[in-house]
Design a protein around this ligand. Structure first.
Ligand SMILES: Cc1cc2nc3c(=O)[nH]c(=O)nc-3n(C[C@H](O)[C@H](O)[C@H](O)COP(=O)(O)OP(=O)(O)OC[C@H]3O[C@@H](n4cnc5c(N)ncnc54)[C@H](O)[C@@H]3O)c2cc1C
Length: 429
């Protein structure tokens, strides 16, 4: 891997997501050698992926080069590689570009889409976990309309214009809102010879309310906003199967849809090699103690989505969201320094800064600890928080410009099929 051994302890960090980056930034100026390994050479700001998928933002504006994160920091290295396995006996990680020894290992690999073992759904539905997947979705949405324009088969056109979003969490709700905005402001102008009223946006939620991790008021308001935008909400319905054409559910309800977007859950992106008893099986997350040490190991830590710190107040671990990842990364930096300097480590304490979701133009719901609000002001708060959280000045500036432009012009300029997507179910028509 062409990384010299120095007298400094070597910390290998797998994953340059929210957790990995926040750790690395907090470790600069320390007497350490830090090696960041990621399968992509960029960090992805996942909360805005849905805007890439719906033509609101360029993919580049929500990605940030990882080499820039470590730029000018002596003894910090980046390697572009997929980590395949951990050998804890040899204190080594096995990667697609070779093996690397570590003194301390930090696993910050985030999460994967959870299809709950359903191979059909995995094969035929669309996910939105990374930039390439969002670009696939963007292409597919637009290709559907191009195809709908050409077909004289009513059923086929219906299917092409029928969108089923599975999962009523923030991702599902935000995507449904953005699609509804497209239906209202963009598609009728782009496809004047197509009856856009035929387009259906369905959100299918297993539970009895949307945004179930937020307040009741946020759930109710988000439902109102979506209904106003013409989205069909199906609650207490579980999607059981999808063969590329028909969505089967736990009720009599079925959908004839050529696009199903799966936003119904994630599990940890665990790396192979560690003992099985350090893994929470149902979630594929590493069990960690309050210092983020993986159960049974003294020099392997896990942070962010892939870490499960089971506490009384968080029996299933912290929510798989950006804030716990950022806070754990920052906190672990102080604990690694403490460990190296033989000082006591401090337990991690999560500060809940609240949660929010946007549901199209001028509409959002925000839950803070002592204040819950919805509507236009919430939308401005949502925009400010997301803009502020983006990494890099250029990204902040580009996103801000795009949002202002889109707002004033009622537009989404990046509705482009740059890289056509061949849907696995296309042959079925
Ligand atoms: C569509 C979507 C919307 C979201 N919206 C919100 C939101 O509004 N608010 C919020 O708080 N949270 C949101 N989240 C969740 C939030 O993005 C995650 O909780 C957060 O990214 C977790 O940070 P992390 O560092 O643990 O993992 P990630 O940010 O996922 O980073 C993991 C990194 O590890 C790398 N990696 C993985 N496996 C390997 C491997 N084997 N080898 C090398 N590299 C590897 C990946 O390439 C990636 O760079 C959203 C997530 C998605 C998918």
């Amino acid at each position: 891997m062409n990384i010299p051994r120095t007298s400094f302890p070597r910390v290998v960090v797998i994953g340059g997501g929210f957790a990995g980056i926040s750790l690395i930034k907090s470790l600069k100026n320390c007497e350490l050698q830090v090696v960041l390994i990621d399968k992509n050479n960029y960090h992805t700001f996942q909360p805005l992926l849905y805007q890439v998928a719906t033509g609101g933002l360029e993919p580049d504006s929500i990605a940030f080069p990882l080499r820039k994160v470590i730029k000018d920091i002596p003894n910090f290295y980046f390697r572009l590689a997929d980590v395949l396995k951990i050998d804890s006996l040899k204190c080594e990680v096995e990667t697609t570009i070779g093996n690397l020894k570590y003194d301390y290992l930090v696993i910050a690999t985030g999460s994967n889409t959870n299809f709950f073992g359903n191979k059909n759904i995995e094969k035929f539905s669309m996910s939105m976990k990374d930039v390439p997947q969002s670009l696939n979705l963007r292409s597919l949405i637009l290709e559907n309309f191009e195809d709908a324009l050409l077909t004289s088969n009513f059923e086929e056109r219906n299917s092409l214009m029928n969108f089923v979003i599975v999962g009523g969490g923030p991702t599902g709700v935000e995507l449904a809102g953005a699609l509804a905005e497209m239906k209202k402001a963009i598609l009728p102008k782009d496809y004047p010879d197509l009856d856009i009223r035929q387009m259906q946006i369905n959100i299918v939620q297993g539970g009895d309310r949307l945004l179930k991790t937020m307040s009741l008021k946020a759930s109710e308001k988000s439902e109102d906003f979506l209904i106003d935008l013409g989205v069909n909400i199906w609650k207490n319905v579980h999607v059981l199967d999808y063969d590329g054409k028909i969505v089967k559910t736990s009720t009599d309800l079925t959908f004839n849809a050529s696009t199903v977007i799966w936003a119904a859950g994630v599990n940890g992106a665990k790396v192979d090699g560690l003992e099985s008893d350090c893994i929470v099986e149902r979630a594929d997350r590493f069990k960690v103690n309050e210092y983020n040490l993986v159960k049974g190991y003294e020099n392997i830590f896990a942070i962010g989505d892939v870490a499960c710190m089971e506490l009384l107040i968080f029996p299933l671990g912290h929510p798989m969201m950006a804030q716990p990842a950022i806070q754990q990364g920052k906190h672990l930096a102080t604990n690694i320094i403490a460990k190296i300097t033989n000082n006591p480590m401090k337990p991690f304490k999560y500060k809940d800064k609240g949660s929010m979701a946007t549901i199209g133009r001028n509409k959002a719901v925000v839950d803070l600890k002592n204040w819950k609000f919805q509507g236009v002001f919430a939308w401005f708060v949502w925009m400010f928080v997301h803009l502020f959280s983006l990494i890099g000045f250029r990204n902040k500036a580009v996103v801000f410009f795009n949002w202002v432009y889109n707002y004033i012009r009622f537009d989404r300029e990046t509705r482009l099929i740059i890289r056509p997507y061949k849907h696995k179910n296309k042959e079925s028509f």
